[in-house]
Design a protein around this ligand. Structure first.
Ligand code: FAD
Length: 527
């Protein structure tokens, strides 16, 4: 059997690219190394009745046009809003921001009248910035070094868009691209816990601290989510983040995509500098007119291909592409809900819960990681999905999903295999300072270290975004300068995963953009 296209990797981006190509009449095969589709957007029942979103746990960046065009709701996707962020403080106080503006104003005023009054202006500014940047997510990056009139026109139109911003917004945009999240927020706010919790969005998935320049951009990246048209809304997919991958897979299947799991691609076959198919780990050869790789450039170009087939300058750039895993996940199955000392009840636990009591706490957590150790008191972002979606656990039981930083992939002392359980203990000890009953509630615990992310999920160096989201690895430089249009130096070999523009997160944009480029569709629309 010969295919029009083979997609390497059945993560949500590979599945998205496959679905769009199949809808355009192509015969597509997806090959996934694991026993299950989804990559880092996956739900697995690791203990009877308890279903974990093992890696990614919340969604906001998924492109609304993908939801619409692939009819994901019809294929079972349902996203529930995740309202609010609760930050407990060690002294017994807390900060609880919700989507209700008046309630958040009252809550912020408890901490600082100034901050309460500044909040709306901040939100409005970030929404304007997100609106400015968002169309860029759905475009193929123009190449500033190219003389192609299309690239020049696109660059000109971007420059014009920038000029159409007010002078104040232009300044804010430059600040976002250059400043640290902490410094950026300090221009609006004075309350330490507010700045600490908000700046946390700037370090998610990076090996940077809240005071490191560059983190303000990541703050904006996480602001661009759109759930039912509301900027900066996060949601919980019913059935975990695997439900997103499953819905995309169902749309693909309906369009005729064939999918194989436990099918590792060992090599991309080439002939005369063209991709002509793949070889599987078991030696099987499969032919195709096109090969799409949704895995990162290091794996694609240095492992699945012979780098000698590629221009040496390109190989050098691929070698310099940075992976810097600094995050881990600890998933708990709980007998009952944890009780936080700072506030009784459960209403405040239905949104995100953030262990980010102060900027100093956040920066100290980073300090330890800088010198090769995991944070003894880490930043933790957690959700209890069972409060909105009880189907994730047996009746009365709960899931607690903890995203933890910092857990540097490269440890100075010992291996992550030895550190896995001590790291899990650190997370429990940290949580117990705010919710002491947690220790007695834990039925099961899964610790996913950066090494596990690499081994099990093929995320090189445990980098959750398939490569750092730093300004020098974005847009026309992702994955490498001159090759950001999903094309590669090997003809008929394309990239379509989160190592391409616009980067990581459950967005689907890289997969959709790549398919559009392959099909030769101009402009952001599909039909
Ligand atoms: C711990 C963690 C928490 C996260 N939290 C969030 C979150 O809450 N919200 C959010 O939006 N994003 C989050 N992210 C990021 C998001 O999950 C990823 O950016 C996104 O899922 C990547 O999708 P992808 O399809 O580009 O790549 P991947 O999901 O990495 O898919 C690539 C696939 O290729 C397969 N593969 C690799 N090599 C081969 C081979 N040789 N042959 C065949 N198959 C192969 C892999 O098994 C994998 O399934 C998180 C990521 C992690 C790791």
């Amino acid at each position: 059997m010969r295919y029009h296209a083979i997609v390497i990797g059945g993560g949500h981006n590979g599945l998205t690219a496959a679905a769009y190509l199949a809808r355009a009449g192509r015969k597509v095969l997806v090959l996934e190394r694991r026993h299950i589709l989804g990559g880092a957007a996956v739900t697995e029942e690791l203990f009877p009745g308890f279903r974990y979103s093992v890696c990614s746990y919340v969604v906001s960046l998924l492109r609304p046009q993908i939801i619409r065009e692939l009819a994901l709701a019809r294929h079972g996707l349902k996203i529930l809003p995740l309202d609010g962020t609760f930050t407990p403080l060690p002294g017994g106080d807390y900060l609880w921001r919700v989507d209700d503006h008046a309630a958040t104003h009252r809550e912020l005023a408890r901490h600082s009248r100034l901050d309460a009054d500044a909040y709306e202006g901040y939100v409005e500014t970030m929404v304007r910035m997100a609106r400015f940047v968002k169309p860029i997510l759905d475009m193929t990056p123009p190449d500033p070094a190219s003389r192609n009139p299309r690239d020049l026109l696109q660059l000109l139109s971007l420059a014009n868009r920038f000029r159409s911003l007010s002078a104040a917004d232009r300044r804010v945009f430059v600040q976002l691209m250059t400043m640290s999240a902490a410094d950026f927020l300090a221009q609006w706010f004075e309350t330490d816990v507010l700045k600490a919790t908000m700046s946390a969005s700037g370090i998610i998935g990076t090996f940077l601290g809240v005071r490191s320049p560059g983190t303000a951009y990541v703050l904006l990246h996480h602001y661009m989510g759109e759930l039912d048209g509301v900027f900066r809304s996060w949601g919980l997919p019913v059935g975990g983040t695997g439900a997103i991958s499953n819905a995309i897979a169902a749309a693909g299947r309906q369009a005729g995509v064939e999918m194989r799991t436990e099918a590792t691609v060992a090599r991309i076959r080439t002939k005369d500098q063209r991709a002509v198919g793949v070889v599987l780990g078991n030696g099987d050869e499969i032919d195709a007119d096109l090969v799409l790789s949704s895995v990162d450039p290091r794996r694609t170009f240095l492992a699945l291909l012979d780098p000698r087939e590629l221009p040496s300058e390109f190989v050098e750039q691929v070698k310099r592409y940075r992976f810097r895993g600094a995050s881990a996940k600890v998933n708990f199955a709980l007998d009952a809900l944890p009780q936080f000392t700072a506030r009784a009840g459960a209403g405040h636990l239905a949104g995100a819960i953030s262990i980010s009591p102060s900027l100093e706490y956040m920066e100290r957590a980073y300090d330890e990681a800088k010198y090769g150790e995991f944070s003894r008191r880490p930043y933790i972002d957690m959700v209890i999905p069972t409060l909105s979606d009880p189907s994730m656990a047996p009746p009365g039981k709960h899931i607690l999903s903890c995203f933890v930083q910092y857990a540097p992939y490269a440890r100075d002392r010992g291996s992550w295999d030895d550190a896995r359980e001590p790291f899990g203990d650190t997370v429990v000890d940290t949580l117990a300072e705010y919710a002491p009953n947690i220790r007695n509630l834990i039925l099961h615990r899964q610790v996913v270290t950066p090494l596990d992310l690499e081994r099990e999920f093929s995320l090189t160096e445990g980098d959750i975004f398939q490569g750092e989201l730093a300004p020098d690895q974005l847009f026309f430089m992702r994955p490498v300068a001159g090759w950001a249009k999903y094309k590669t130096p090997i003809r008929n070999l394309w990239m379509c995963g989160s190592a391409t523009h616009p980067g990581g997160g459950i967005m689907g944009a890289p997969g959709r953009n790549a398919a559009r480029q392959i099909l030769g569709i101009r402009g952001p629309r599909f039909s």
